[in-house]
Design a protein around this ligand. Structure first.
Ligand code: FPP
Length: 249
């Protein structure tokens, strides 16, 4: 953060605290393009992406937003070159190890959602440790979607419910939205009010398909490593100009 940004330590005056989103989700796109534009290898884009995410988490805390969810690795991202996949896995693990102490001190609750058993065992261990050590923290709920796919999430919920019906634990007529949601990876996490996607792409890319039924979407051309508090301010300002009707008139 630069000196001129210090005023952004506090909620900017043109934002209304009562109209802030409770839960913000981010698709952190454009790390590779950012690196290419700087003449750097792609992995440098991901490293800078971590810095941008850390500052956004701190900003959400500073401005009173209670939940942040970040799309770190999709089920489709395994198709990237092996070198990049390996780099991302060790980056997640390294960041968790380095940042856990600070997250504990700052009262951040970290959670991971996705097909976690398919991740490298060492990363799974780090994930379990960080979730366990922060489970009682309440200043902000920080959810990291890792090996996450919205369609896969819906399918695994259907399978789990079907098994319960087969075993007589549930009856078909018991299956309502609440029961369905309780079988999603995101059970217990509120739906996002605002989804921000960087780098100008206008897609959900298999992210939170069920949960985004009524969420607002904000897209910026800014590449993820350049997404800073000023950009977040702009996204929140745009969000506060919208009228959310949830299907009503
Ligand atoms: C998309 O940019 C970004 C990713 C696939 C990785 C995002 C991960 C991080 C920023 C690290 C988060 C770390 C933790 C611990 C949560 P891209 O590579 O698709 O960019 P491009 O479209 O320009 O190629």
């Amino acid at each position: 953060m630069t000196i001129q940004d210090t005023e952004l330590l506090y909620l900017p005056a043109d934002l209304k605290p009562e109209l802030l989103p409770h839960h913000v989700a981010v698709i952190m796109d454009g790390n590779g393009r950012w690196a290419k534009r700087q003449g750097l290898p792609r992995f440098m884009g991901h490293k800078r992406g971590v810095d941008a995410l850390k500052d956004l988490l701190r900003c959400c805390k500073d401005w009173g937003i209670k939940a942040l969810t970040a799309y770190a690795f999709s089920t489709e991202n395994w198709k990237r070159p092996q070198e990049e996949v390996d780099f991302l896995m060790s980056l997640f693990q390294g960041v968790l190890r380095q940042e856990l102490r600070e997250m504990v001190e700052e009262n951040v609750q970290i959670q991971f959602v996705g097909n976690l058993p398919a991740l490298p065992q060492t990363l799974q261990d780090e994930i379990s440790r960080s979730m366990e050590e922060t489970k009682d923290n309440r200043s902000i709920k920080f959810t990291v979607a890792t090996n996450y796919g919205g369609r896969q999430e819906i399918l695994q919920a259907c399978r789990a419910i079907a098994h319960k019906v087969e075993q007589g634990i549930l009856k078909p007529d018991d299956i309502c939205e609440e029961v369905f949601e309780s079988h999603l990876y995101t059970a217990g996490i509120s739906d996002p009010d605002l989804l921000i996607r960087t780098s100008g792409e206008m897609r959900l890319s298999n992210f939170l398909l069920w949960q985004m039924a009524y969420g607002e979407i904000y897209i910026t051309d800014t590449l993820w490593p350049d997404f800073d508090r000023n950009e977040f301010h702009r996204a929140l300002y745009a969000y506060q100009q919208r009228e959310r009707r949830f299907g009503k008139v």
